[in-house]
Design a protein around this ligand. Structure first.
Ligand code: ADP
Ligand code: MG
Length: 337
């Protein structure tokens, strides 16, 4: 559906933002581009809707080389959502969304009815339609931004860090909404983020980029976590999800005291309940050991993940058997295999 063929972008100052990118995004899927700041995610995205032209290589949308399509026509079929919703400040929320169908020739009445439908679709209460953008929270503005991007019913949606400016709790809600929306709409979505947690939650496939605009791994989230292609991916994946690093530890059991310092540091960023021992799982969700209590977490993990004696961090599958074994180990907190 979207295809990058040997795409390179070198800016005039010599910066190589994207380096020989070969990647295919399947129709009807959510594909995530993830990587640290400056690794070429935005540039890659913008070559799809011709906001940036490649230096060499080809970008195809639906089999058509985008260079042969004029930008305005191309962009009618490609919604674009960025970090700042970029709403028109002097128009109401409803009119912000209605503008798109109006511009494509709908009557005012029909356009507004369509806008109301879209606002409902993205989970905004009807009464907010008459407000102005400044009267909405950041999360609500992003929802309006998504509604507006969907207004032309484009088959493709590009989303560049759409939720990054929103606080973490609201962000989780927006992610859930997007997944729900996608189940209904079946768009081809390319979603950019620097947040690996967001990437593995949202992406059906995830492309990991590194500095210099190089794609290092393109895989399903589970594979990325359990079989990182190289040390860069494993440390990137591990930076935000310290326990995942343990899939690289040799052996079957780890005494808490023996957990390498680097890995402890990685875990320090996790939301760990201050007084809880943390059960460490590897990339296959097998328990590997316990980490001692930390006082660095600012909020406890979600209630359903708090277990007597430990906090389970997993991708959501309760591993009853493994857990029971862990909790009944002789020391209560020692090695589990
Ligand atoms: P990301 O979205 O992953 O943070 P970008 O695609 O924005 O990364 O940028 C990739 C690299 O290209 C960075 O080094 C950035 O400074 C550089 N870059 C982006 N836009 C331009 C530009 N217009 N001119 C020169 N360099 C640019
Ligand atoms: Mg960017």
């Amino acid at each position: 559906m979207i295809e990058f063929r040997a795409v390179t972008k070198r800016f005039d100052d010599g910066t190589v933002a994207v380096d020989h990118l070969d990647l295919s995004v399947a129709a009807g899927t959510i594909t995530v581009f993830v990587g640290p700041s400056g690794c070429g995610k935005t540039t890659s995205l913008r070559m799809v809707n011709r906001m940036v032209e490649p230096t060499s290589g080809t970008v195809l949308v639906d089999g058509v080389d985008v260079r042969g399509v004029d930008p305005a026509t191309l962009r009618r079929g490609i919604g674009y959502v960025i970090q700042q919703a970029g709403l028109f400040p002097h128009r109401t929320v409803l009119d912000n969304v209605a503008t798109v169908p109006l511009l494509s020739g709908w009557t005012r009445r029909k356009a507004r009815a369509r806008a109301a439908e879209l606002l409902e679709l993205v989970g905004l209460p009807r009464e907010l339609g008459s407000r102005y953008p400044v009267q909405l929270s950041g999360g609500q503005q992003q929802r309006v931004g998504v509604a507006r991007a969907l207004a032309a019913d484009p088959p493709v949606l590009l989303m560049d860090e759409p939720f990054s400016a929103v606080d973490p709790v609201v962000r989780e809600g927006l992610q859930d909404e997007l997944l729900r929306l996608q189940a209904e709409l079946d768009k081809t979505i390319v979603f950019v983020t620097h947040d690996i947690d967001e990437a593995v939650k949202i992406g059906e496939r995830v492309a990991v980029f590194r500095q210099g605009g190089r794609l290092v791994q393109y895989a399903e989230p589970d594979e990325l976590l359990s079989r990182p292609a190289d040390e860069f991916v494993s440390s990137f994946v591990g930076r935000d999800r310290g326990y995942r690093r343990l899939s690289f530890v040799e052996g079957t059991g780890i005494e808490p005291r023996e957990v390498p310092t680097a890995r402890e540091e990685a875990v320090a960023g996790e939301r760990v309940a201050p007084d809880a021992w943390t059960l460490v799982l590897d990339g296959e969700d097998r328990p590997r050991g316990w980490l001692p209590p930390r006082s660095t977490g600012d909020s406890a993990p979600p209630a359903e993940r708090v277990l007597p004696g430990g906090s389970l961090y997993t991708r959501g599958t309760p591993l009853r058997g493994a857990l029971d074994a862990a909790l009944s180990s002789p020391s209560g907190l020692g090695v589990v295999v």
